[in-house]
Design a protein around this ligand. Structure first.
Ligand code: MLC
Ligand code: AMP
Length: 508
């Protein structure tokens, strides 16, 4: 690589070469992989995919279970200059059809159990290659790449070149591709390593999925850039997490992980005696969870706030006061303001739109220049769609969302997407989808449905019809039927009224 090369992988590669013999990953089956293994495996995959004809700038779409090889594949894409496009494993055909058609990848990697389902979608989207990668690391990607040499000259990238494309839905129900550059990833990762005091002495409990920002970037990059090791679990299992916390120094998770730990009697101060830091994000951490956790473990969870579009924006401090109910002050290099409807900054304590500026903020929405322009202010701030305030000490509190969004167990559900599916079902006049408090997921999806006159609908059949077309976390946990939806004088559905009416529906 040249010295002005801004490929984010360059920083990771430094750790790989200087720490080649040190452990990077230990799996649940106690397999150990060193930084040198990660270097060799990602080089081999980069060599293989390049020889296959994937070129720098091409998208590589990936829907696979979490495994060490899934991480090697991500790293291979970075070093070869491809644009990594991860997909939630819960996505169904109709969702995937859209993503493939929009991202236009050259290569799709999926679980072999999904190959038959995805091949026609890949063909229709003009995807040149479909390869498989299973949780046990079998599949055509690993088989075919075995003969490739584990050496590769990493491809130089400019700071503004794309490293990843992650989709988020929106208020219209149509997902948008979020373009993240090499600079975005590097700036955010370096900031977090500093802010959270990561070092090679750390071991991170990594139980998050690796298809979203939290698990793929925030957690993984902190370890990779600091030379730390990771206990790499396929998903969050409370007992396994408690077992492994004994050897870990840091854990990151969504609030559900923390409420699940608290629900277990096995989770004690002794079980986390080795831990120096618990980090929570992706969804609001209830103050009662913060307090109960501190009482049980002696640890004050560090809450931070981020978005796919911006990576991490704020964080409670590593040293200093962690204020429950707040997400802390802006991270170094991130400018945050609270603005009114005309994008004018508001004073401390006033509630308004949270807007963000900094090198952490994404390049724009894929193929949507108009939408990108709408979401940025004239003076270059990104409008997050979150409502909040900044107190006199500079700490940010998120008080709600201007965007119609439900965050369930740390996963985003845009109501419009589910409403469109329900409205299409026979016998349905219209629907409104809301979030209701849920003990495990924080909030979860509830659908309020108006049947057509004379029609009787069953809750079960609506649930199974949505389940056939959408990822399971988007499926309503309950469906209620009403004669009409409450509307304001402008004819807009009053979701706040519905949220209030059904606030206890998921509390059993
Ligand atoms: C699973 N289910 C969910 C769900 N996860 N329903 C609603 N919300 C969720 N998050 C469904 C399952 O499909 C199943 O349905 C039923 O609920 C019970 O599943 P489970 O076995 O209890 O789920 P589990 O596998 O334990 O998963 C729950 C979870 C997981 C909380 C561990 O969702 C998770 O890892 N969430 C983290 C997501 C994440 O990484 N977010 C970061 C986004 S990045 P059925 O019908 O099959 O029984 C971001 C930016 C930032 O937001 O700031 O970080
Ligand atoms: P995503 O689009 O998946 O990246 O989700 C980003 C959204 O998650 C933000 O806009 C917030 O609404 C929400 N979010 C992330 N972290 C927190 C947090 N600590 N508290 C409250 N909401 C959060």
């Amino acid at each position: 690589m040249t010295s002005n090369d801004a490929n984010f992988f360059r920083q990771i590669h430094q750790q790989m070469t200087s720490r080649a013999a040190e452990v990077l990953l230990i799996t649940d089956q106690q397999q150990r992989y060193t930084y040198g293994d990660a270097d060799a495996e990602s080089a081999r995959l980069a060599r293989f995919m390049t020889d296959l004809g994937v070129a720098p700038g091409d998208r590589v779409s990936v829907q696979v279970e979490k495994s060490p090889a899934a991480l090697w594949l991500y790293l291979a894409c970075l070093r070869a200059g491809f644009v990594f496009h991860p997909l939630n494993t819960a996505y169904q055909s109709s969702e995937l059809e859209y993503f493939l058609g929009n991202a236009e990848p050259t290569l799709l990697v999926c679980d072999s159990a999904r190959q038959d389902q995805l091949q026609p979608l890949a063909d229709a989207a003009g995807v040149k290659h479909l390869l498989t990668l299973d949780a046990d690391e079998s599949g055509s990607l690993m088989e075919q790449s075995r003969a490739s040499a584990a050496n590769f000259s990493d491809v130089p990238r400019a700071a503004d070149d794309l490293a990843a494309l992650l989709y988020s839905s929106g208020t219209t129900g149509v997902p948008k591709g979020i373009m993240l550059t090499h600079q975005n990833l590097l700036v955010s990762a370096e900031t977090l390593v500093q802010a959270w005091g990561f070092s090679s002495a750390d071991r991170l409990l990594h139980a998050l999925p690796v298809f979203h920002v939290h698990g793929l970037f925030v957690a993984t990059h902190c370890a990779l850039l600091s030379g730390a090791s990771m206990r790499w679990l396929p998903g969050f299992n409370t007992d396994r997490a408690i077992d492994y916390l004994r050897e870990c120094t840091v854990m990151m998770g969504v609030p559900t992980y923390y409420t699940r730990l608290l629900a277990s009697e096995r989770f004690t101060a002794d079980a986390c005696a080795n831990v120096r830091l618990f980090v929570s994000g992706s969804a609001p951490l209830l103050q009662e969870t913060f307090t109960a956790f501190a009482e049980r473990s002696g640890h004050r969870i560090l809450e931070r706030y981020g978005m796919t579009e911006t990576n991490m924006n704020t964080s409670n401090p590593l040293h200093g006061e962690r204020k429950p109910g707040t997400v802390g002050p802006p991270l170094p290099g991130v400018e945050i303001r609270v603005a009114d409807a005309n994008d004018q900054p508001l004073a401390a304590g006033e509630i308004g739109n949270l807007q963000v500026k900094g090198r952490n903020v994404f390049k724009g929405y894929w193929k949507l220049p108009q939408k990108t322009a709408e979401d940025f202010t004239a003076d270059g701030f990104f409008n997050t769609g979150d409502k909040g305030l900044i107190d006199d000490d500079g700490y940010v509190t998120i008080v709600g969302r201007a965007k119609d969004l439900v965050i369930s167990g740390g996963l985003n559900v845009y109501p419009k997407e589910v409403e469109l599916l329900i409205d299409d079902l026979p016998g349905v006049k219209e629907s409104a989808v809301i979030g209701a408090p849920h003990a495990d997921f924080g909030e979860a999806v509830v659908a309020v449905v108006v049947p057509l006159p004379g029609q009787t609908l069953a809750e079960d059949s609506i649930i199974s019809a949505v389940k056939a077309q959408a990822a399971s976390f988007k499926v309503p946990k309950r469906v209620v039927f009403v004669d009409e939806l409450p509307r304001n004088t402008m004819g807009k559905v009053q979701k706040n009224v519905l949220r209030d009416t059904y606030k206890s529906i998921l509390q059993s």
